[in-house]
Design a protein around this ligand. Sequence first.
Ligand code: AMP
Ligand code: MG
Length: 439
Amino acid sequence: MGVVSLSGMPVALELALESTFVDDLEGLYEHWHPAPVPNSELLALNTDLAQSLGLDPQTLADPEWRAVFAGNAVPEHARPVAQAYAGHQFGGYSPRLGDGRALLLGEIVDPDGNRHDLHLKGSGRTPFARGGDGKASVGPMLREYVIGEAMHALGIPTTRMLAVVATGEPVARETMLPGAVLTREASSHLRVGTFQYAAANGGRELLQRLTDHAVARHHPDLAEIDDPAERALALFDRVVATKAELVARWMIVGFVHGVMNTDNTTISGQTIDYGPCAFMETYDPAAVFSSIDHGGRYASGNQPAIMAWNLARLAEAMLALFDDDADRAVERATKVLATFPERFQATWNELMRAKLGLDPHAESGDAVVADLLTLMTDQRVDYTSCLRSLSSAARGDATATRSLFADTDAFDAWSDRWLALLGDDRAAIADAMDRVNPV
Ligand code: AMP
Ligand code: MG
């Protein structure tokens, strides 16, 4: 082990960080180092994630690693960068956002051969910081860690947090708060906003490089498509598919992202940037959790439409790649985009049917699913508790579910229709329901 040094100096670690993003995508980053912090205390360390990355969880608690997590040192041979991206924030376009308080340290290839970004958040001002202080505070970083793990446990594609350290530095928000740096793992940090930035600043050449990098990283099978336009369109099609599935998976657990700006929308299909997000309690398609979202743009029930809107922005950015003829390019992109509602609905239907113990592939239960959601909305019922309690009802005891409804007659009438659709092996069905309905 080498000596830990301040000021972002390198530290020897048994860690082979790679930098394909830096090698491939000149024009989409600024070389930058983290800002040293006065102190560092490890608040959270994700040993489960460390193991899956092929890192030794024991050594991650060592001072060398802690220095890296704090931004006081970078691994030897690392080439940290602040990534450039643009983005539509609440519908308004910002041509230059980028990592204002974050850095890509590099990439780790896990024992299964999968590539992961290691990224610091709260590591000081970068050339993209604009008016920001480059810092993060303990509360939101721990929250990001916890929600990432919850999402992962729920089987929802997500970025995950490897570590949170307290920096010993106060951070000025509405009040003074203790500072923190978060280390985030992601299959990549490519965003819709990355494509928007590339299209606006590097033209077709950079866009093509970005597309090929994204293909190599996320859909290597598409690299075999020789025609660049077909390859780009195939990538776009895959992104539409993964994002339709992602938002369906959010919706079935009542997750509301809160800030679905195009810079917070990955190409990988992972959830990223847990800010004012929440799991809804009372079922309400109008539920909003961001205090600045006055128009309800990112309300729970709006999420599929917003995801489709963000994908339309991705299509716009990639348009020059789809066809030399602008009209034909629009036509081709539109055809792919048009598949979004159907793809979203197919996944959502299948998952919701399973939550109610119904045959996931039979449409017969869809009216029963829809009517339950209407009942929940009208009677302001807790979404997660209601769905979880239904397994007991399937076993013959509806006490818990009935207690959630003010008008039990309406629930009983619904329940009769629902029970009539359930198969005979109620014990097995109820067990299966418990596996897909979190507590
Ligand atoms: P977010 O709302 O965290 O997704 O960030 C939106 C944009 O603001 C990104 O470009 C961030 O890098 C930037 N940003 C957010 N907070 C800060 C901060 N404290 N200092 C510098 N930039 C920030
Ligand atoms: Mg963001």
